[in-house]
Design a protein around this ligand. Structure first.
Ligand code: FAD
Ligand code: DHB
Length: 390
């Protein structure tokens, strides 16, 4: 089989790029390791910046997002028993974020790919890129007993942190920068009315908590837990009790609890791989970089990669102009590192670190005190949270 662009990974990054390129007449295939049901069962991001929403519309996938997604113009930071509001709209000069679940967004992208007869292969086993430094790269995968070969002009590695693409870049070329945090987030999805119409990020001496949502009838809550904890250790009742302890008393009193419909633990990690290009291979999204979820930057960082790649590919095929492809890694990494800085800062300010003492706790308190006393500090938080320009 021959296509112009072979995309490894059918998560939001791979599907969005495939859809955008297809609309420009560029032929793609998406090779996804898992079944569609498996991909759609993962509960992940909930907060999208407008740049991402705009790309979804450009990909003709924004209709349901615009109908069902919620525009949020602010969020709260709870600390020391008080709730301080970050007015995103005011401090970012009129911007906001869209609350729309990654699961729904991925479903919309799959449906759009189906409508356009896009090539999406599920359960593609042993996906392997070959000859990436040549002008004729190809990718193989196994379909049952059959090995299928896909010849292409370019390979896109959009296969997440554990994928095969990044690992096919030689060790002497790839530089990896990593910080692993000594805790994870235990997340619960429940069919209950959210405790607050806007998100609450809570700093507490027992550990961080986040009250988020997918809609006004579907809540998503998280609590910081040690890496040694297992999901089975946490009954629903224990989760709700611990969440309440980490929220201001009046908020905890109004929390509506219910059975969890999903419960999982995500470890927290900061990670960047450089460069994001190797010959004809281009990395995008979590395949190249991971952030701790505190600043809601993960999927949004993938969006800027896709934006740059999309335009670079279109320039290549329509104008024979390769400057976008040549500059991709530098341009993408410049924005990626800013999202890394912001996520690291939000995480450090709001979590309890096992090895920290009273000095670090005082610094966290001072950070929050400064934040809510300075229009400039709030402006910096807001412009990063709504998303820096692409
Ligand atoms: P993925 O979603 O990981 O998709 C990669 C795909 O590649 C997967 O479907 C995988 O099955 C497939 N794959 C893997 N290996 C192979 C292989 N060898 N061959 C073929 N296919 C393969 N981000 C935000 O912006 N805002 C938020 O509010 C937010 N909240 C989050 C909350 C949590 C709890 C977590 C865990 C993450 C959150 N994120 C958030 C981050 C966001 O979910 C990720 O950044 C996003 O999923 C990245 O998309 P991706 O397509 O690059 O990678
Ligand atoms: C969600 C996750 C985040 O990391 C975040 O900062 C905000 C919301 C969520 O899953 O809803």
């Amino acid at each position: 089989m021959k296509v112009q662009v072979c995309i490894i990974g059918g998560g939001p990054s791979g599907l969005l790029l495939s859809q955008l390129l297809h609309l420009k007449g560029i032929d793609t295939i998406v090779l996804e390791k898992h079944s569609r049901e498996h991909v759609l069962a993962r509960i992940r991001a909930g907060v999208l910046e407008h740049g991402f929403a705009a790309l979804m519309r450009e990909a003709r996938c924004g209709e349901r997002m615009d109908r069902e997604g919620e525009i949020h113009e602010g969020f709260f930071i709870a600390h020391d028993g008080v709730m301080d509001r970050v007015d995103l709209h005011k401090h970012s000069g009129g911007s906001s974020v869209v609350v729309y679940g990654q699961t729904e967004l991925t479903r919309d992208l799959y449906e759009a790919r189906d409508r356009m007869d896009g090539k999406v292969v599920h359960d593609a086993a042993d996906v392997t890129p070959h000859d990436l430094k040549s002008d004729a790269p190809y990718v193989t995968y196994r379909d049952g007993d059959r090995i299928v070969r896909v010849d292409c002009d370019f390979v896109i590695g959009a296969d997440g942190f554990h994928g095969v693409s990044r690992k096919s870049i030689p060790k002497e070329i790839l530089r990896e920068h990593e910080r692993v945090y000594p805790f994870g987030w235990l997340g619960v999805l429940s069919r209950t009315k959210p405790v607050s119409p806007e998100l609450i990020y809570s700093r507490h001496e027992r550990g961080f908590a986040l009250c988020s949502l997918r809609s006004q009838v579907l809540s998503r809550y998280y609590i910081q837990v040690p890496l040694t904890d297992k999901v089975e250790d946490w009954s629903d009742e224990a989760f709700w009790d611990e969440l309440k302890r980490r929220l201001p008393a009046d908020v905890a009193a109004s929390l509506i609890t219910g059975p969890s419909i999903e419960k999982s633990i995500a470890p927290l990690r900061s990670f960047v791989a450089e460069p994001m290009r190797y010959g004809r291979l281009f990395l995008a999204g979590d395949a190249a970089h991971i952030v701790p979820p505190t600043g809601a930057r993960g999927l949004n960082s993938a969006a800027s990669d896709i934006y740059y790649l999309y335009h670079a590919m279109v320039d290549h095929y329509e104008k024979g102009d390769d400057s976008g492809l040549d500059d991709y890694s530098r341009k993408a990494l410049a924005r990626v590192w800013k999202a890394q800085r912001f996520s690291w800062w939000m995480t450090t300010m709001l979590h309890r670190f096992p090895d920290s003492g009273s000095y670090e706790a005082k610094l966290q308190e001072t950070e929050l005190e400064y934040l809510f006393s300075s229009e400039k500090a709030l402006g910096s938080l807001a412009e990063n949270y709504v998303g820096l320009p692409f």
